[in-house]
Ligand binder design. Sequence first.
Ligand SMILES: [Ca+2]
Ligand SMILES: [Ca+2]
Length: 348
Amino acid sequence: MSVQPYPVITTPGQTFSVSYELDTDTQVRGFAVSIAYDSSVLSFVQASRGTLFANQNIGWWRVNTDTLNVLHVECLIFGAGLSVTGPGNMLNLTFNAIGGDFSSLRISSQSLYDVSGYAIPSVNKNHGAVIIGNQPAYLSARCFLQGAMDGDAMMHNLLRPHLPLNSPYPGAVQAVTDIPEGVVDWMYLELRESPNARAIATQPVFLLKDGSVCSAGKSFVVFMGLAAGDYYLVLRHRNHLAIMSAITFGLVSSGAPELADLSLATHVYLQSGIVALSDGRCALAAGDADQDGGVFPSDRNEQWQRQNGTSGYRSADFNLDGVVDSQDLQLFWQGNAGLMSAVPGALQ
Ligand SMILES: [Ca+2]
Ligand SMILES: [Ca+2]
């Protein structure tokens, strides 16, 4: 199942529709779905049955909006043995965009019913998203931090209780009112038109446990007022080495976001500033507590030694578990000593 188009691009005051689509050739008698949205950004206008059910005798059809921020819709064909077969349009939803600048349209629960009325197991969910504002450009990005790795393709978020509500990076200001559940840490994203050029746009971003890099409160990276185009991406972290993409990735202004996957070593500029994981994956190397571009004695002498034994949001906490101790030194700084970032230019 998917919410389409993905994402919706609109502006404040505009009304738009999305569809809930059955993506496979499954035989269904009906469905129940709950879609969560941000009611400070969107107001629900109406729901209508999709074309798959257009000529069917619908035994029940309910739309319920009494739960704040969640829309519930249920639909079932009346009469034993009747069904429709996908792929096709199940449901259409109309919203009004109240203000900026983003809402997900998250399928918080769904049931598809087979011809006998039983729920079909393990149905995919492809959530929707709405970007509201002028000239957005967006993409998806992915990377890992060595210190937070928990397996080869997932990170822990032990530091989450200590994360500040304000971005810890200078430059573009970003503040949030809460830190979502899956956040590992703040990172900092730069867009460049060439590897040696100054950044043309920067943004503090959230890194999620699965490696997704997202604008705060959004489900991918969004820049407002930026021309769509191809850019080099620089990803920085406050105590890991910075990396840049080896190739450009497209920020688009419509259609599905491109994935800039910097967890693949071949996508990293000079394959530098990283440590190898399995299957060609990589992570930003830990140990650069003072953010001078290298894992050097100063990171040990000026940062780790002074912080050893302390807890909280600390620059020498290389494994991001909220305490500075011998593990940070022995497992990360020592193993990476001498490594340097190849990204030209300092943090902007
Ligand atoms: Ca350093
Ligand atoms: Ca630690």
